[in-house]
Design a protein around this ligand. Structure first.
Ligand code: DON
Length: 574
């Protein structure tokens, strides 16, 4: 007899017996009881790992001027907006987990985009009712109201030591004086050239004589320099009200979008309680909804906790990890959305008893087919979204994942602002159970509504142990969650920052029912054994550019490593 009906019944009975709680019930605690070493120690030096050396250096410059990790985060993120616009920027949003050394406060900063008040799901359908992928991914209809500028102003005001103006100065300087775009940016512009050409201000910004900027030539972004300067001078109002807001709304509306100045003025940064999960002596502090990342990571670790992995060969260890991923992504699709709009059974999803039930449904020697939802085809995540990690000399830590969603976001630059808008609307389940660009499915929990945040996979995380601590995260669309999970497991296994970012990766997201593998991740024997258990292995490139900072409490040393898959990245200890 097939075991599936039985495990579904088990899941259903667990569902019915567990109460539900909304994330709104989970208020931010003043401070957590940290591992003693983290509480008492000050590293005395700082480390930053980001996907671009100019951004890492901007953060270190601000630290050298007396700033802390949070000021440095403002400098890194704003510089990335200029030098790595294919991944993140002022027209996008970010999620961060931070820990303040002075009082142990741990908090999740949600600077995620929101849907405009006039959002209309019909805009994302063709006349025959099929999903309109162009509207979801390109141009002003694909853009949510940005959260990045408000989030950076919030960080500076509530956690920084320096005025916002000082932390934004390196980005303004870089945009005004110019820089040589790296091969990734030039490649992203070439890849998205046809879409960029659809919007005159985008073409004017990203093409020089009709072509992507050439290697070795200075490239300037004066409009963005001015926009960031207004943010520096006036704080969040410099972006969300006045000249910039008017230009953003005029450009969006002229091109068929539906933003209003009221949408921008109403944007709010949210502080939320992070998800905290204990695993093998470490406490992982990670992203709650509207990210699905922390719930998934916690669910997977709770499942793995009950598996005696040390008694298994590599193939069977991987088997349990994949089955845990599969089950976590099923829940992602079914339950998760913006906590300000949907009630989610978080108590259940995060409960060790729920994980016990899920673990029981894993066959020891065989893949479980994902048979409940239609199959979907994911596109490669591509060179977009960015993560950086920082620890400063006092032990303040911040993990920031920032995005405009797909490569160069919506490709739409609002004329006169230099702001490249995101295409984050595609992270909503615009059409229920139809895959988004990452092949992710969603239910009504993640349906678009005015002012609602679209579900994210971003998983900025802290891994806090008695002897060692890590600040970790990655881009990669849906694969963010599994890449961060594998990074956390590698750290707990004792790997150092360079090995964690370099290690090859694999991913399962329930649907499509296959294991995406980075070439070389499994040796021939493990591959054969996994295939025998029923897995379809699917080669995939590229993978997210992970940036990790670690702190060894035994010798009080920091280490920083940037993903070797992105040569312009830099991890640096100062
Ligand atoms: O928030 C999210 O989950 C997506 N917008 C992230 C996109 C991403 O990571 C693209 N990656 N390389």
């Amino acid at each position: 007899m097939s075991p599936f009906p039985r495990w579904r019944i088990l899941l259903l009975s667990l569902l019915l017996t567990c109460g539900s709680a909304s994330a709104a019930d989970r208020s931010v605690p003043a401070a957590h009881a940290p591992a003693a070493a983290v509480q008492a120690q000050r590293p005395g030096h700082a480390a930053i790992a980001s996907a671009n050396f100019r951004a890492t250096n901007a953060g270190l410059e601000v630290i050298a001027a007396g700033g802390n990790a949070f000021d440095a985060a403002v400098a890194v993120a704003s510089t990335l907006s200029v030098v790595e616009p294919e991944s993140s920027g002022m027209g996008g949003g970010f999620m961060a987990v931070l820990r303040r050394a002075s009082d142990g406060r741990e908090v999740f900063i949600d600077a995620r985009e929101v849907a405009p008040a006039a959002v209309n799901t019909k805009d994302y359908l063709n006349s025959d009712g099929t999903p309109n992928r162009d509207a979801a991914l390109n141009g002003p209809l694909s853009a949510g109201i940005p959260g990045e500028p408000a989030g950076l102003a919030w960080l500076a005001e509530h956690y920084g030591r320096l005025p916002l103006k000082q932390s934004l100065a390196p980005a303004i300087r870089t945009a005004r004086d110019g820089f040589e775009p790296d091969s990734r940016l030039r490649g992203a512009i070439a890849e998205r050239a046809d879409d960029l050409r659809r919007w005159p201000a985008s073409a004017a910004k990203y093409f020089v004589d009709g072509k992507p900027p050439a290697a070795g030539k200075l490239w300037r972004d004066p409009d963005q320099a001015r926009t960031i300067e207004l943010l520096a001078e006036q704080g969040r109002d410099g972006f969300y009200k006045g000249e910039v807001a008017r230009k953003l709304v005029a450009a969006v509306r002229a091109a068929g979008g539906n933003w209003s100045e009221a949408d921008l003025a109403a944007y709010q940064v949210k502080e939320r309680a992070p998800i905290s999960v204990d695993y093998r002596g470490y406490r992982i502090v990670t992203a709650p909804p509207p990210s699905s990342g922390g719930v998934a990571v916690a669910e997977i670790l709770n499942i793995l906790r009950g598996v005696e992995t040390e008694k298994l060969d590599r193939a069977h260890r991987i088997h349990y990890v994949i089955e845990a991923m599969r089950r976590a992504f099923r829940d992602h699709n079914d339950y998760l959305g913006d906590p300000d709009f949907v009630k989610m059974p978080l108590d259940m999803l995060l409960s060790p008893y729920y994980a016990d039930g899920l673990r029981q449904s894993i066959l020891p020697d065989k893949a479980t087919p994902s048979s409940m939802l239609p199959s979907s085809a994911a596109r490669d995540p591509g060179p977009h979204t960015t993560h950086f990690s920082i620890i400063d000399k006092d032990g303040n830590m911040i993990a920031v994942t920032s995005t405009v969603n797909y490569t160069l976001g919506s490709t739409f630059v609002a004329a006169g602002t230099g702001v490249l808008l995101n295409d984050e609307m595609d992270d909503f389940a615009l059409v229920p159970n139809k895959p988004n660009v990452y092949g992710l499915l969603g239910s009504t929990a993640n349906a678009p509504k005015p002012g609602k945040r679209m579900l994210s996979s971003m998983t900025p995380s802290l891994v806090i142990g008695a002897d060692r601590t890590a600040v970790i995260g990655s881009p990669g669309g849906s694969t963010i969650i599994t890449q961060v999970l594998e990074g956390i497991l590698a750290f707990i296994d004792g790997k150092d920052a360079s090995d964690i970012v370099a290690q090859k990766r694999y991913h399962h997201q329930f649907m499509p029912d296959r294991v995406d593998v980075e070439p070389g991740v499994f040796d021939a024997a493990t591959t054969g054994e996994l295939e025998r258990m029923g897995y379809t292995l699917h080669p995939r490139e590229p993978w997210g550019f992970m940036n990790v900072v670690t702190w060894d409490h035994r010798d009080n040393k920091l280490d920083a490593a940037s993903d070797p898959r992105r040569p312009s990245g830099l991890g640096k200890v100062q």
